[in-house]
Every structure is written in C-alpha cells, then in structure tokens.
Design a protein around this ligand. Structure first.
Ligand code: PLP
Ligand code: COI
Length: 358
C-alpha cells in the first residue's frame, strides 16, 4: 500500500491546488479515478488508525461475510467548493449516525461517528484536485463502505471488518439533470419488506431493485416508484431516492414507511418547505394521491431534487410537467438547498461542515 500522512483535523490546506483535467460541467454520475482512498480495519476488538492508499483493489478473503451473507453497508455524501474557496460537506453528522444504524442492523461493527468524520476529511484533503470548482454544478461524491471481511461459512457475523471511503467527482444522477423524470409505479417487485432492512443503506436493497429498474428503463421510464410490500397501496420510495408530492392546497407530503431509507435530503427539504410556506406532512401516502398532486419530486444526495414529470400507475398516467419544465416548488426547494450547500445562503441550521478553509 502506498500511503500519505494525514494532516491534523481542521488544518488549513492550500485551496489553490491545480485541479484535475476533467470536463467538470459534463461529468456523469460515475466512477472517476482519484488519487487516494482510506481504509480502516477492525480486528481483535479495535479499529486501527486508518491509512490512505492509492490502490483501487481490495485484498479480500474468499469466505468474507460481505461476499456471501451480505454483511455490507454504505453511505453517500457530497463535498463542494464554495464561492470563497472553502471545501464543505453537507450534514456529515447525519451520515455518520446513519452508517452506525445500518451497521448495527446487520450485526456489523459500527464505525464511531468521529472516526467517520475524520476519515471523510482525510480522504477529501488527499483528493482536493478532484473537488469540482464552484459553479460547475458538479460535486465530489463521497462513498463510505463497511464490509464484513472475516471468513465464515456458517451464517454468523464476521470477526473482522473493513471501513473504507473512496471519492469520485460526479455530475447529476439522472442524465437529464434538473429536468423532469418519468416514474412508473412498480407492482411486480418489492424492494424491501416492512420488518426487513429497507430502512438502512445495505447493498442488498439495491440488488433487489435492479431488475425492476432495468425493466422500467426498457419501457422508457426513468425509474420506478415502489409501493409498500404488505398492502401494495402506499407509496414507499424510488430506487435511488425518497419521494415527495406537493398537494394543490400547499402540503409537502412524503411517505412515512418502515421500509424506506430515512433520507437526509428529505429531512432538510421538510425544513425548507416550511420556509416556503408549505405544510410538511410525513405520513402514509395512498398511491391514488398521486393524481391530486400539483408537483412531485425525488430527493437524495445523488438525486438532489429531481422533479417528476409524470407517474404511470397501471393504465393511468398523471402528468405534472407538460412543457418539460420543473414546477415552481421543485425549483425553489432546489435553489435553496443548493445555495446552502454551496455557501451562497446563510447556513442557519448548521448543516454545512467545513473540511478545508480557503
Ligand atoms: N432512498 C434510497 C434508497 C437511497 O439510496 C438514498 C440515497 O442515499 C435516498 C433515499 C436519499 O437519502 P439521502 O438524502 O440521505 O442521500
Ligand atoms: C445517494 O444518493 O447518495 C445514494 O447512495 C443513492 C445511490 C443509488 C447513488
């Protein structure tokens, strides 16, 4: 492993690093090689200090529990350059906490929250040239992952864990960017069961949804909208993001469900919706309600806010955007969220965490 010593936390780092030669405005949401990732091992009851490495390859025991019993969970957050040149991340404390919840739910060793924050800071500082410049619309996507690496053959938790964080510069999750997408209500595939693991960020949930997502794309839709697996009546979420609707009388409605991921973006939008005079409601949302919304959107770290242009449910289709343009509430929520993330609006809720000072 080639290593790089870490700098003390909160230190000044030159923000005028030469940026990587990338087409920042046209980045896709994909893997783009950077210089370093960071890895920590939990062995004999303790986490080590972690080490930055340039290797993109993992040495892994073939009987590691992540490979056959799905002991794997992850997170997703974004780093941005602000106008004044700082590098910031959004609500990192929430991601740190949620990773702990995911680890505990599938009997993995939880990553201490301060170690999570330290790891993300170290890996961002080691890859500053890949943090997209302010104004490009791109961001540095941060992907923390925990894996059961200890070998087992019986169904048991591993006795060794790997926590690693890699980064990749990204553009919008949906190719269209901030343009309305087209969803189809999924009835043949369940993503997650009410008492299962749909409320945590484990890889199996995404594997479970792949066939639905691929089928929907073949039929010309952008993504699916899942229903609750028990009654097939209430909205859950989309494959990669939470869902919200804006009612004609000004409510921001988003599903309460035991089988969806508690989105940090959605939690933030609930606060911002109130600022816009919308009334937030987190409650079971009957699928029939889609026909009464004036607007709808998907939200998440990768998806940010993606306006929904139409939803198809069986042989009925509701169209929210006739001219291919996002509705006014989606626009206002998007602009407010982005402005806070990029430091263009005061961070009155303390959501922005500075990693590097300009
Ligand atoms: N739902 C799913 C299934 C997700 O993968 C994500 C992405 O993290 C979200 C919702 C949105 O969560 P967040 O806003 O915390 O990124
Ligand atoms: C995120 O939004 O960070 C996610 O992890 C969603 C994923 C499907 C890209």
């Amino acid at each position: 492993m080639s290593t790089l010593s870490s700098r003390p936390r909160g230190s000044r780092v030159e923000s005028d690093v030469t940026k990587a030669d990338l087409d920042w405005e046209n980045l896709d949401f994909g893997y783009h090689k950077t210089d370093f990732n960071i890895r920590f091992t939990w062995r004999n009851g303790a986490w080590d200090e972690g080490e930055l490495t340039a290797s993109e390859i993992l040495p892994l025991h073939m009987a590691a529990t992540c490979l056959h019993y799905g002991q794997e969970c992850f997170e997703g957050l974004k780093a941005f350059h602000t106008k004044r040149g700082d590098v910031v991340v959004f609500r990192i404390d929430e991601n740190a906490r949620r990773l702990g919840v995911s680890c505990r739910k599938i009997h993995m060793e939880p990553v201490p929250e301060d170690m999570f924050i330290d790891a993300v800071e170290r890996v961002i500082k080691a890859n500053l040239k890949y943090v997209p410049p302010y104004g490009t619309g791109a961001s540095l996507y941060v992907r923390p992952i925990v894996l059961g690496t200890g070998p087992q053959v019986g169904v048991r938790p591993a006795d060794e864990y790997l926590f690693m964080v890699f980064v990749t510069p990204v553009g919008p999750y949906f190719k269209s960017g901030f343009k309305p997408v087209h969803l189809v209500v999924e009835e043949e595939v369940d993503r997650a069961a009410p008492l299962g693991v749909g409320d945590v960020k484990v890889g199996g949930n995404y594997a479970a949804g792949l066939r639905a997502s691929i089928n929907a794309k073949k039929k010309g839709f952008t993504e699916v909208l899942y229903l609750d697996a028990k009654e097939k009546r209430y909205l859950d979420e989309s494959g990669p993001a939470n869902f919200f609707g804006i009612t004609k009388d000004g409510q921001y409605v988003t599903p309460a469900s035991p089988s969806i991921l508690p989105s940090i973006t959605n939690k933030s939008l609930i606060t911002l919706a109130e600022e816009l005079g919308l009334r937030p409601q987190r409650r079971p949302v009957d699928v029939e309600e889609i026909f009464d919304f004036q607007e709808a959107g998907c939200c998440g770290t990768a998806a940010v806010i993606t306006p929904v242009g139409s939803i198809t449910y069986r042989d009925r289709k509701v169209v929210y955007s006739k001219d291919g343009r996002p509705g006014r509430y989606c626009v206002e929520l998007y602009q407010r969220l982005r402005a806070i993330q990029l430091g263009d609006m005061p961070d009155k809720y303390g959501w922005v965490h500075r990693v590097v000072q300009a």
